[in-house]
Design a protein around this ligand. Structure first.
Ligand SMILES: NC(=O)c1ccc[n+]([C@@H]2O[C@H](COP(=O)([O-])OP(=O)(O)OC[C@H]3O[C@@H](n4cnc5c(N)ncnc54)[C@H](OP(=O)(O)O)[C@@H]3O)[C@@H](O)[C@H]2O)c1
Length: 332
């Protein structure tokens, strides 16, 4: 299928001269109502693309319509719905993930559903050279080194099942799909975040101390949600087939520095928690908080001209929105 709308954009992408003929796409987005997806949708629309978003409920369909996207009813397991929406699109951005299942102890089943969806998109886009951009993660990369886009994660690591999804997506390049994988930092932060950093704030409030594990010298890369959204658009528009991209604006922030910022804002003591007590103190977050990941995004920036412009994690914490009165948050 050829892209369905061709127009002259007033906003040429980085490096493209004004007046250059730009191709607008009809993009099928899964997870379009989620934390990252709800930033990707306006990013795509502002660049002139049309968005069709997967909606598994009336509430999601209404949210998509309000955002200017066309809802496509269906769920991640409705492979026929995924196949037909992908086939009718000029490209797919796949962000949906069964976090509810993953965080209730069945990560493997959630990763399996992710891989089945990717394979379905691959079949729908086979031979078309249309783009498929998937979300993956940087959690599970080896500690103590700065990993690059060329590093191949270990499928035996705890995040291994998700690595298999990435491999499945990248392998589609050999059957004529312009597939790419955006490995996101463990924290995609910003105003309204309900993920790891927001949970850490809630735990600090609850326990009366802002904790880190051991000496807190382990690192987390980070990216602002709006910078991540731009990266997904750039990948859709121009990432070559089989590209691995790092959605990490900051290479690695010591976890202790994150705990210190939280303690400062909540006026709480900042405390080391012994590794053997971390499960009790941090609950399901303890495994993630113990991660030590440092990730370069130099290759991604060079390839796509991606330049993060939003606040880094500590500056974002210092803006204060993480410390408004607590609201009921879904488990990420
Ligand atoms: N946020 C982060 O810090 C982070 C870090 C690393 C990687 N990632 C990855 O980035 C992607 C997007 O993450 P996110 O934070 O935006 O996730 P999120 O806020 O939890 O949103 C998940 C999205 O997936 C949809 N979804 C879940 N189960 C579904 C199902 N069975 N059928 C159809 N849709 C379903 C949800 O739809 P409803 O609106 O209907 O619930 C929602 O739109 C995920 O792959 C995630 O693992 C995120």
């Amino acid at each position: 299928m050829t892209p369905n709308v061709i127009g002259l954009s007033g906003h040429p992408p980085c490096g493209v001269p004004a007046g250059h003929l730009e191709v607008f796409m009809r993009v099928f987005v899964t997870g379009a109502t989620g934390w990252i997806g709800s930033a990707v949708v306006p990013e795509l629309i502002a660049a002139g693309h049309q968005v069709v978003g997967l909606a598994r409920s009336d509430a999601s369909a209404d949210a998509l319509a309000a955002a200017g996207a066309e809802p496509q009813r269906g769920a991640l397991d409705d492979l026929e719905a995924l196949r037909s929406a992908a086939g009718a699109s000029d490209g797919v951005i796949h962000l949906a993930f069964k976090h509810d299942q993953a965080f209730s102890g069945n990560f493997e089943a959630a990763a399996d559903a992710d891989r089945r969806a990717i394979e379905t998109f691959g079949a729908a886009l086979d031979g078309s050279h249309r783009p498929l951009v998937i979300a993956s993660g940087l959690a599970g990369q080896p500690p103590g080194v700065v990993v690059t886009e060329n590093d191949v994660p270990d499928t035996d690591a705890p995040a291994g099942p998700r690595t298999l999804s990435e491999r499945a997506a990248l392998a589609l390049a050999s059957s004529g799909v312009r597939s790419s994988s955006v490995r996101l930092a463990p924290t995609v932060h910003g105003d309204g975040d309900h993920g790891f950093v927001a949970t850490l704030v809630d735990i600090a409030r609850d326990k009366g101390v802002s904790g880190y594990i051991g000496d807190g010298a382990n690192h987390w890369p980070a990216v602002h949600r709006l910078d991540a959204a731009r990266l997904f658009r750039l990948a859709l528009e121009s990432a070559p087939a089989a590209s691995v991209l790092h959605g990490a604006a900051e290479e690695g922030i010591p976890v202790r520095a994150i705990a210190e910022a939280i303690g400062r804002h909540l006026d709480l003591p900042v405390t080391s928690i012994a590794p053997e007590d971390s499960g009790e103190h941090f609950g399901w977050l303890s495994g993630f908080l113990a991660l030590d990941v440092q990730a370069s995004s130099a290759l991604t920036r060079n390839m796509l001209g991606w330049q993060p412009t939003r606040p880094g994690l500590i500056d974002d914490l210092d803006q204060g929105h993480y410390f408004r009165e607590p609201v009921a948050r879904p488990t990420p």
